[in-house]
Write a new protein. Sequence first.
Lengths: 344, 561
Amino acid sequence: MQENIAVRLENVSRVFGTTAAVNGISLDIAKGEIVSLVGHSGCGKSTLLRIISGVETVDSGRVVLDGREVDGNTFVEPEVRGVGFVFQDYALFPHLSVRDNILFGLKSRARTEAVAMAEDVIRRVGIDHLAERFPHTLSGGEQQRVALARALAPQPAVILMDEPFSNLDQGLRDKVRTDTLSLLRSLDATVIMVTHDPQEALSVGDRVVLMRSGEIVQAGTAYDLHDRPVNSYAAEFFGSFNKVPGSWRDGRLETALGSFSGAQGSGPESGTILYLRPQGIVVSVDRGDFSARIEQRIFQGDSEQVLLRVDGLDLPLKVITRERLPSGTEAVKISILPERTMVF
Amino acid sequence: MHSNQPFATSLNAKRGARSGRNWLLFSVIAALIVTLPILGLALEALKGSSGLWAHLFSTILPVAMVDTVILLAGVGIVTAVIGTTTAWLVTAYEFPGRRLLEWALLLPLAVPTYIIAYAYLDILHPIGSVQGAIRWVLGYESPRQFRLPDIRSMTGCILLLGFVLYPYVYIPTRAMFLTQSGNLIDAARTLGVSRRAVFWRVALPLARPAVAIGVALALMETLNDVGAAEFLGVRTMTVSIYTTWITRTDLPGASQIALALLLIVVALVGIERWARRKQRYATDARRSRGFSPQKIAPLPGLLFLGIGLVPVLLGFVAPAIYLTTEAWKRYRFAGLSPRILDEAVNTIVIATVATVVTILLGLVVAYAARIRPGKKSAALLRLSSMGYAAPGTVVAIGVLIVLAGLDRFIDRTALDWFGVSTGLLFMGSGAAVVYALTVRFLAISAGGIEAGLSRIPMSLDHASRTLGQSVSGTFRHVHLPLSKTAISAAALLVFVDCVKELPATLLLRPLNVETFATHLYGEAARGTYEEAAIAALAIVAIAILPVLLLSRVGSTRPDAG
């Protein structure tokens, strides 16, 4: 058993009724690593988190925390696992002040030690001014920080976060997320965060684990998942694509937009659809490989989304460009960046 | 930081063995305690010889059955009419005094059936002041020339029970009118239905499940009643059970009638369940503001208020005034006798002990259902709530069978082993009364606590567990403080019901132990009117507490959920 593995899941399964919420998942998470578990709702990501915390149990497989088996052949109650949990609804105890909420997890310690630890985490998270208040008087962002402080206070070996930012307004969310992540990094904490938001998953994790129907689709760095998805599901989860049908000839995929050999994940066995990112198509008034007609333009500020009609394609191509096309332009030229294409 | 020591102790928890198992076990025990009397009853009834059944079928049962059915039908109609009319009155119209009326209509809940019967027997006595006043107005001299129809009749019983039991219909029906009819009634109006026709065509059909629930509850109370029916000379099955046991000491016979009565109860519970399911469908559609009541001009408004006050006057104000004056007269005449003080102590002690036991068991059952959710714990919760529908006499006979058997067994064992007779350990100590009260009211306790717990998000449980608290620690530090209000409310309801309860207490109390309720029963049965008014007034005064609580809950329009 390696020293630096904080969480090890071995072939973990959990069945509710007849559906497998978690189906044979194996995953190692290193100490100090921040992992985001991402997937659509019902993919089993939250169940997996609850299994790790011990409020849910496995039907088969093993869970090992810091080298000790906590579920599988034996079962260790959640209260002695040493995990911190940040809930989507924060789950602050409404009858306790912020300070008492934070002290809640420190009950087993000597009073003076507990108070010192609570003060320390209160200072670190920057909620000194909230310590005497009660949860219902706090804003969403404040509640989130208290929930984080409470989970951190007992210095758990692993921090589990279930959609911790989803209840915040968009504007606030980015700031709270950045603050939270830099705090967690400075503490060198091991973190597993569940989210349904692809952008959040990509921006947060050292490693991103994409789940679907209780199974892992792909695990890797954010760049891996975004740039080198293993299948069409993973590709489409993290971005939208133009899909262009083609057929294989002499090791090249022939399409209406040319033939491609070096496309990512390509090969005659992998499928006949060319995946083109909207950002992977260059639009210009006069230079390019193919002619196209503009069907619709949606100005988005930093960029512009353009729908293009191309001869030989049934559906219009969606292109996102930062190039400002002169108004009134109807005919354009496009070229494809081959290194940004994929075939599935 | 997390030492190995707590780890080691929990490591031996085997797969499948999870925390909270003990709670489930306790829950099983609680459910068993509650169901045991019913089982005992069934066994005892089947033990009775077939000849007894035949005798029962040919003599007692037919009369009692017919009387019971007539009484149920009558009370059902009266409560449905009064409850629905008053509910519509206070929700559809705005008139002076409406808010007061809305609340006052709950007051008759504080008057137990045997007390209203007791009070009216005297109020409407042929030579009492009311009939005297009527004769004086009409110019008659003596009761021989004119008297009102005797209230000691089926009609009298139906009306009196109706006037105290209609709130069971009023409460859910009013809630239904308030929460869901709003938009639908507006829609009906735009489709060309007049305001008056709306009641028949939209509001009433929508409220039908609520009315059914209310009537079912009112009828369960009717079946539970032993005092009113007996004072008024109606021989219901409940009364028959009581007399079969008390006067003939015929336990198998009493259990057989009780079992037959239980069948009626099962039917009522079925109706109530069915109506609740319907109600759930109906309330799914609610996204409402309540509909705006129609403003009534002050003068006709006064008429509305007058109509609405009739059931309050008859069901609460008149008996309350009567009891107060009689109690005052008695107090001035003789002060408080040591006997009534004794009874106060007995009443309070029995009710308190029963409440504590009931709340503890309720906590166990409700908490087990929370931490081990699933079919098993839900079934246990339902099983332990069974006693609420069973009439007090039925429960009492069941408890009698169980505890008398247990008493005999202990006594014989003690005699065999130690040569001492323990006597009637349970029956003689009042434990039987507490047992019966617990069986009867566990539903209130478990239901109230469960509702309180269900408002606490599950994530709080998980937060507490991951922050180092065990299941029991979570209960102490999270659930208990957060459901304090629900638990106290449940305790209050149980306590008051224990104080009001007559039939089980009457059958199971130890020799020479009297409570307010049994005292009242004794005097009314003997036809003596001495200190009973004081006892009755004390019961009503205590019973008014949950009405106050209910009016506070009811005054916030329940549109948040």
